[in-house]
Design a protein around this ligand. Structure first.
Ligand SMILES: Cc1cc2nc3c(=O)[nH]c(=O)nc-3n(C[C@H](O)[C@H](O)[C@H](O)COP(=O)(O)OP(=O)(O)OC[C@H]3O[C@@H](n4cnc5c(N)ncnc54)[C@H](O)[C@@H]3O)c2cc1C
Length: 384
């Protein structure tokens, strides 16, 4: 592993940092306060070609998880919601690239990479989140298609998506059936997208329930095959984990930026608050923790870029996600403390960082689940 970024990587970091500061930062507060989908930010990311970044050059990308981490880090540093737009687009792309048939790749990947179409993924149900195997949505063979019935919650991006990858169980010889993903057009008959959640964080990107009432999809809507499709997709999510971890690093660094700026202007007891040792040491600890998280994230991303995957990658990706997002929560909470009462006021942006950090500890596999992955790997158990 190299400990310095290449010229190309620095160029991406510089470009996204500039765009983030000049164009994204001024919109961040309003997107959060109004819980408003940032269509203008989606268009901005599309214009500069960021949706393709982790993927191969045929889609306009750089085949680099590390480059994608650098980009998402810079965006989340100023606006969680804008950074989240990349993550929401990258998840279905990764799933289709890993598990889809050639025809599905041809149909969807170029559009996702260019931002011409939007996707979402729906696995979580009211009784099953971490325990994916507990999902109840069913897919029954009917003629030369499948009939989907069930409901989902927390489908992020559903109300702006063109299609949703819906997880459902297909009956086979096994007692519980096989989980498969199906492409469902958001205009499909029988699909209802419910009212978006009123969230404490990630407020700009809608998360909605779905109701599937006899939704008929063709056989070709099954992602990959009944035997392999879902397994491959779960592995792709493992590979994508450093990208979500990078969101934690960006968020923590953004909270430090704001705290440092505030402290160097705020006066108490006749001097700048940034001169008090107790405050300086807090700030130093926040930076140390964030930089340590960055090291774990870049290491896991570099492993992905070297083609390391499966059980070899899993504990490193889990450590990166868990540590970076726990760090984001701790650093953002400390930053609010350093703002004093201003940290509680909606007029200041810092409370947004604390609310968004809490989301990161829960999404993409909760941090308890990440700890299970790390412990399983230490103790020589197959991941559950
Ligand atoms: C903003 C947001 C966006 C989301 N977007 C999507 C999306 O686009 N698509 C989608 O399908 N889902 C999405 N989700 C759902 C998310 O994936 C789930 O919330 C997450 O997997 C946890 O599931 P749960 O909420 O049902 O909690 P549960 O699984 O019920 O867990 C409850 C608590 O128990 C802990 N726990 C559970 N099992 C274990 C265990 N074995 N060991 C230790 N602790 C355990 C959990 O960590 C958690 O603290 C989103 C959630 C949020 C908040």
């Amino acid at each position: 592993m190299s400990f310095s970024l290449t010229e190309d990587q620095v160029a991406i970091q510089d470009l996204v940092r500039k765009v983030a500061r000049e164009k994204v930062a001024p919109r961040a507060h309003e997107i959060d306060r109004l819980a408003q989908y940032p269509q203008d930010m989606f268009e901005l990311l599309r214009e500069i070609g960021l949706f393709a970044l982790p993927f191969p050059s045929e889609f306009g990308g750089m085949s680099s998880s590390l480059c994608a981490c650098l980009a998402i880090e810079e965006l989340v540093r100023v606006c969680y919601n804008t950074g989240y737009l990349l993550a929401v687009q990258w998840t279905p792309f990764g799933a289709i690239e890993a598990g889809g048939t050639q025809a599905q790749k041809d149909q969807y990947l170029h559009g996702l990479a260019s931002g011409a179409i939007r996707g979402a993924i729906a696995m979580t149900e009211s009784q099953s989140g971490s325990d994916v195997a507990g999902l109840k949505t069913s897919a029954k063979l009917q003629g030369d298609g499948y009939l989907l019935n069930g409901s989902k919650i927390w489908c992020t991006g559903a109300s702006v998506a063109d299609f949703i990858l819906v997880a459902a169980k297909v009956k086979d010889d096994s007692p519980k059936g096989k989980i498969c993903l199906f492409f469902v057009d958001t205009q499909a008959k029988g699909l209802t997208i419910g009212k978006k959640e009123d969230k404490i964080g990630a407020r700009g990107i809608p998360s909605c329930p779905l109701f599937l009432d006899d939704v008929l999809v063709p056989e070709t809507a099954l992602l990959g095959s009944v035997e392999q499709g879902f397994k491959i997709v779960m592995q792709a999510m493992n590979t994508a984990r450093p990208l979500h971890a990078a969101r934690g690093v960006g968020l923590a660094q953004g909270a430090i930026d704001l705290a440092a700026d505030f402290l160097s202007k705020r006066q108490a007891f006749g001097k700048k608050v940034s001169e008090f040792q107790g405050v300086r040491w807090m700030l130093a600890d926040m930076q140390m923790q964030t930089h340590a998280a960055r090291g774990l994230v870049y290491h896991a991303a570099s492993m992905v870029d070297q083609g390391i995957h499966g059980s070899e990658l899993a504990p490193f990706a889990a450590m990166a996600k868990c540590f970076a997002t726990d760090t984001a929560m701790k650093v953002a909470t400390d930053a609010v403390q350093l703002f004093g009462a201003a940290g509680i006021s909606a007029d200041y942006p810092i409370n947004r960082y604390m609310r968004d950090a809490k989301v990161l500890q829960i999404v993409e596999g909760t941090n308890q689940i990440q700890r299970n992955i790390i412990a399983d790997s230490l103790l020589g158990r197959a991941p559950r």
